[in-house]
Design a protein around this ligand. Sequence first.
Ligand code: ADP
Ligand code: ZN
Length: 432
Amino acid sequence: MECFDRAEFLSREELATVQLARLRNVVSQAMRSPFYGARLREAGVSPDSLRSLDDLRRIPCTTKDDLRSQYPDGLNTLPVSEMVRMHASSGTTGSPTVIHYTQNDINLWADLMARSMHMVGVRREDVFQNITGYGLFTGGLGLHYGAERLGCLTIPAGPGNTARQLKFMRDFRTTVAHIIPSYALYFGAALRDSGQDPKDLALRIALIGAEPHTEETRGRIEELLDVKAYNSYGLSEMNGPGVAFECLQQAGMHIWEDAYIAEIVDPETLEPVAEGEVGELVMTTLCRQGMPILRYRTKDLTRFIPGPCACGRVHRRMDRILGRADDMLIIKGVNIYPMQIEQVLMGFPEVGENYQIEMEQENFIDQIRVKVELKEEFFVEDMRVLRDLQKRITGKLRDEVLITPRIDLVQHNSLPKAEGKAQRVVDNRPKG
Ligand code: ADP
Ligand code: ZN
């Protein structure tokens, strides 16, 4: 099979050998930073003391708070003269964390991105439109460098401005787009509503990621844009995108284990979960020089998909992200993830492309209200029709999440839209 990089088809044994050698290297590199120098010595970890991959568990985990406490450069292992770039996380869950890269780090990241894009069929003949934010957010420059590395004509379109995106797509015969799922839905709906046929575009592949989304949402994006959509996972702390990516099988994301070690642990005990069980993803950079990060607690919940992939790659696959540990809603003692709600909503043909979950309080009891946009043609004046739909959605949600949310059916394009990652949950409960 044609591949971008021999590392894609290493055997499991070869991978393990590469991982252990790189782990020792990265630990020795990390110890040059003030933070890991102290922390690893305290834990009695030295590169030579790592005899097998199991010894990874002797290294204490790194948390987002650790990164924040080391702001601005306490994890750097090299002087600023060696650094060529910095990025920061989007700050979705608080103040951002900053990552520094050497030239070598940037090159390796671009290789991983190119490998990911090549895996789903992106080639030098393609025209790549990058419809995500540039700047500190890693999604923009991350895919940009990967596409250039493959030799694609790369259009750094940035987010928003649907009419201009569409014009570029037509004028330059864009074949591949990188687009956040919530914006892909909006963009696809705008195309449909303006009476245009996606088949008239040259677009064939959408790379979607950066925020949780369901299989139902992928299906909608594929239909609205007439493309194949592939899930892309990454986080700034691990460079950015290009950490795990779906192959043509669309059956989970291969984690690039020659560049990262992934673990899935119980968030309470930090012990590994049983094979195939859901837990928190913990990641280690194996190749980063400027700012290695060891056993980073991502707070993202997922599971390893057991068994081999039909594509022949041995890199382990992870399932869709269920949500961040912080995103879990606890209502009347029941744990609910926004993705459970999205999955139900997107299953209704009447439901449009946007929704919002609001947490509120009535008589000191927490409630959820879900505001759901309907497609234009279903937002009818007949109250009986709407009430029946409302009842059906409520019933399905109750079956899924075991509590009864309130449902507000609202008009197409009436809910707020984010330029970057969608904010699905709004907490309207009184503070304190
Ligand atoms: P922030 O944590 O501030 O959003 P990043 O821009 O680094 O910062 O985003 C990384 C996070 O985005 C991941 O930890 C994860 O929660 C989410 N994410 C990225 N890709 C995906 C994806 N394909 N599916 C679900 N969530 C994703
Ligand atoms: Zn595969």
